[in-house]
Design a protein around this ligand. Structure first.
Ligand code: GDP
Ligand code: MN
Length: 389
């Protein structure tokens, strides 16, 4: 994981870590939790809210914005308010930002989705999942309930924080001029994003964007052997033509072929976006919007199953620098089968916090703990913590 280590070592030793008395004396940031959820996920949402309240928000009382493509029912709304210590708003998602855009032929898109289902691509056959990924890629930050906020912290049903967060991460990010924060980086399932990198590279090339050092994190290192001949086989991914009602001119896409790849290959690495703390103005910038438009017009949100995580990550790769990114190595965080435990983080081998250094650690106990977390049911190569390889 040389790239991620580089971030850690060179750019990112700026935040204090948790487990101290929370300092709540400073005014809050202009920020909210954002939770997209369905009514049927109430139990999972309660689990998540309980966890973030217990480990952070009982001191800080940040507000919540819940979003849904259907109306939240009264049970959902009333129950959630029993668990939250900040104000809560519930928003309905505008149908124009959920589901097929008007320039797509729904019949073709539905066929494309069915094919992905037949191919057993994870969530590939689920139209709503495609809609969700597109919403989180290009629309959540435009929801009117978020207009007043400058920062967000994404929560999902069934997540768990297992360390106290005793400082305000928004204020820290502002202080240190960060834009995007993550706690886990993993590899994407290849079959969900066969062409995502072609389009992301094309965005960079067409807009003459030079990497500020983060793009390389997403590029597969080339073997030292002599390079293979470039792939000159016919273009096989005619996404726009397939989906644009026979009017490819509307897509306004650059030529995309083997040569356009400039020899670079996506390494599938991405920041796992079910946890995110980020600056909304970045998503609202012209550069991000242009990126989203190009990705969207390719049809990849439907004809492939592009997740919002690789979309956010590749946008960051194109538009941000390592110094803009913060790795929250001190946040213990788990969602489904993947977790980040601070004990496993590279920070253990790098700079340890003064607080940790000053504490008498029961080495035997710590070893047992480490073994426990290490043995936790997680595919290692799929990235416990931030090891993306
Ligand atoms: P996974 O984490 O990738 O397995 O996907 P999830 O099922 O957890 O979905 C990611 C996020 O989108 C979660 O916050 C879900 O609650 C939300 N989500 C997914 N599909 C829908 C949907 O159809 N409607 C709504 N309102 N939320 C959805
Ligand atoms: Mn989830």
């Amino acid at each position: 994981p040389p790239a991620i280590r580089k971030i850690s070592e060179e750019h990112d030793k700026v935040f204090v870590t948790g487990c101290m008395e929370p300092d709540t004396s400073k005014p809050r940031a202009n920020a909210a939790f954002v939770v997209l959820a369905r009514n049927k996920e109430l139990d999972g949402v309660i689990q998540s809210v309980k966890s973030i309240e217990r480990h952070f928000n009982r001191w800080y009382h940040y507000p919540y914005v819940f979003l849904n493509d259907e109306k939240f029912n009264e049970t959902f709304k009333a129950t959630i308010q029993n668990y939250t210590s900040g104000s809560v708003e519930f928003g309905l998602i505008d149908p124009s930002t959920w589901g097929f855009p008007d320039w797509i032929d729904p019949k073709v898109a539905k066929e494309g989705i069915a094919k992905q289902g037949d191919a057993a691509i994870m969530y590939g056959g689920m139209e709503s999942y495609h809609a969700m990924c597109r919403f989180y890629s290009g629309f959540f930050y435009k929801h009117h309930l978020l207009d007043k906020y400058e920062w967000y912290w994404r929560l999902e049903p069934e997540i768990k924080y297992f360390c106290d967060i005793t400082y305000d991460p928004f204020l820290k990010m502002i202080e240190t001029n960060k834009t995007y924060g993550f706690t886990i980086a993993v590899k994407e399932l290849k079959e969900t994003v066969p062409n995502i990198f072609r389009y992301a590279s094309a965005y960079k090339r067409v807009n003459n964007i030079t990497s500020q050092g983060l793009w390389e994190m997403f590029v597969e290192p080339q073997p030292d052997e002599p390079k293979e001949e470039p792939d000159t086989s016919p273009n096989t991914h005619n996404l726009p033509e397939q989906i644009l009602n026979g009017d490819p001119s509307r897509a306004n896409l650059p030529p995309i072929d083997g040569e356009a790849m400039e020899g670079e290959k996506y390494n599938m690495c991405h920041f796992w976006s079910n946890f995110e703390i980020a600056r909304l103005s970045w998503f609202r910038s012209k550069e991000y919007e242009d990126f989203f438009q190009m990705m969207d017009r390719s049809g990849g949100f439907w004809m492939e199953r592009w997740g919002d995580a690789p979309i956010h990550s590749l946008a960051a790769g194109a538009l941000l620098a390592p110094r803009d990114i913060h790795y929250f190595r001190d946040f213990g965080y788990r969602h489904t089968t993947i977790q980040h435990c601070p004990a496993n983080a590279p920070s253990r081998q790098l700079a340890r916090s003064p607080f940790l250094e000053a504490t008498t650690v029961d080495e035997k106990k710590r070893k047992e703990e480490d073994e426990y977390w290490d043995s936790w049911d997680t595919p290692k190569e799929n990235g416990v913590g931030c090891r993306c390889r």
